[in-house]
Design a protein around this ligand. Structure first.
Ligand SMILES: *Cc1c(COP(=O)(O)O)cnc(C)c1O
Length: 461
């Protein structure tokens, strides 16, 4: 009978889509710590940030006061091409698990770039265009962010220079070609085209690259090329703000049916999809209106929340970016070569880090073979081939649903299904061949990363 109560797709009409983003910082008593200038250790001013980022994005980055910020008309029109994204009641998964839990997922993989990253890419590209810039630079790891940004830049007629982590550049040629098809230039990082790239290459000629290193290169090019700024696909406050469209749509659709989730789960790389999904719900919790259990899921091989330090740290390997206070494994941390599931950034959004530190949300880490097992079960019953990143959330949603099976509780579980896994078939192949490992860093290995966290008065950890 329950199938008639709530449809398989919990629809939101186009005219019901949110017209404003929600800024959760406005409702936080303890605001996220400001970005610091690595030279002076003073908070970065709007002027300093303006050398790297677009003006309006700097305003959004620094805005801890305004709860709602208008979505520009042009961005809204672009959203209408692929949003609202589907919110699905996972009846088939519930049946397979034989759980009394009610499971919902918000699917962000329904656009060509294949993930939620397009939500922020179009906003950032729009503000760059509005400022009259020629183009933007960025880094990409697995390639989703670079693809999303290429699409957004093509739409607005902006130049897009992507520094792609070298091992992904080589392992994911199709991602690279999608970006080039949208007109972006893609350079494997580290590259000889930047000073920092030359330095890293001379010290580590065999390196396969890292996100932190690609960020340094992209920032160097943006700050040394006229008419360019740097854009980042996660971690920053502005990105969480744009991604709040995920949570706002979800909440509007659930409210229509009088559904209130008990548990909200998301995977956490730099924190943008999780932050975006939970923001409006977190706002209610912060204002004391409602209560929810929030769970961040991260790989056991890159455990920033669960084993990291809460401290000011560098966002990039080259140490050219501002310092951010966050849960971090140290900017020199690189997950083991065995790691295949994404979510490999060493740090975490400052906003989510503060909320986690203050006890508003939980975090768990999961082993990668258990993540791919969950991905496979999910694909077989719900049809969607999930991204490995998203599958971290699937894992914990299944675990929570199985707990309900034991206790008989009819909890409502919501999770973010951030993208599709079509470009991750090497990882799936490894799993299908039984060749995937579960390497977990030792305390001694993590200690090497922590040793690189800058030491200065007030930054004890
Ligand atoms: C980038 C990405 C993530 C992780 O990034 P967050 O900023 O933590 O959201 C998760 N899932 C997919 C599909 C991604 O592309």
């Amino acid at each position: 009978m329950k199938k008639q109560e709530i449809p398989y797709k919990v629809y939101l009409e186009e005219q019901e889509m949110p017209r404003q983003w929600y800024n959760v910082r406005a409702d936080m008593k303890n605001k996220p710590a400001p970005l610091l200038n690595p030279g002076t250790l003073q908070p970065m001013t709007a002027e300093e940030l303006g050398g790297v980022f677009c003006e309006e994005l700097v305003q959004q980055e620094l805005d801890n006061e305004h709860p709602y910020i208008d979505i520009p008309e042009e961005v809204f029109d672009f959203y209408r091409m692929y949003r609202p994204s589907p919110l699905v009641r996972a009846y088939c998964l519930e049946e397979k698990l034989q759980t009394p839990a009610k499971i919902y997922y918000k699917f962000e993989g329904n656009n060509t770039s294949g993930s939620h990253k397009l939500n922020s890419a179009i906003a950032q590209a729009y503000y760059a265009k509005k400022q009259g810039l020629k183009g933007v630079t960025t880094e990409t790891g697995a390639g989703q962010w670079g693809t999303a940004l290429s699409m957004a830049c093509a739409y607005l007629g902006l130049d897009c220079k992507v520094y792609m982590v070298k091992c992904s550049y080589e392992q994911k040629p199709f991602r690279r070609e999608v970006m080039r098809t949208y007109g972006a230039s893609v350079t494997p990082s580290p590259s000889p085209t930047t000073k920092i790239g030359q330095k890293i290459l001379s010290e580590h000629p065999q390196t396969s690259g890292s996100l932190g290193c690609a960020i340094s290169e992209a920032v160097e090019v943006a700050t040394s090329t006229e008419g360019y700024r740097y854009v980042l696909g996660s971690v920053l406050n502005q990105v969480l703000l744009h991604q709040s469209v995920i949570g706002l749509e979800t909440k509007a659709a659930l409210d229509k049916y009088g559904v209130q989730p008990d548990i909200i789960i998301g995977c956490a790389g730099g924190g943008s999809n999780l932050g975006g999904l939970i923001s409006p719900f977190m706002g209610e919790k912060l204002r004391g209106e409602k209560d929810y259990e929030f769970i961040a899921v991260e790989p056991a091989s890159c455990p920033s929340f669960t084993r990291g330090k809460f401290a000011y740290d560098f966002c990039d390997t080259g140490m050219v970016c501002p310092l951010a206070k966050m849960y971090t494994l140290g900017s020199g941390f690189i997950p083991s070569a065995d790691h295949a599931g994404g979510l490999r950034y060493h740090g975490m959004s400052s906003t989510l880090s503060q909320l986690y530190h203050d006890g508003y949300m939980k975090a768990v880490s999961v082993k990668q073979t258990s993540v791919f097992e969950a991905a496979e079960s999910f694909a077989r019953v719900e049809g969607i081939l999930p991204a490995p990143e998203s599958s971290h959330a699937i894992r914990v949603a299944i675990d929570e649903a199985l707990k309900c099976k034991e206790t008989g509780e009819e909890k409502t579980i919501l999770f973010g299904l951030t993208g599709t896994g079509y470009f991750d078939m090497y990882a799936y192949e490894k799993f299908n061949d039984g060749k995937m490992g579960n390497y977990i860093p030792t305390d001694a290995e993590l200690q090497m990363g922590f040793a690189g966290i800058p030491k200065f008065p007030g930054n004890e950890f």
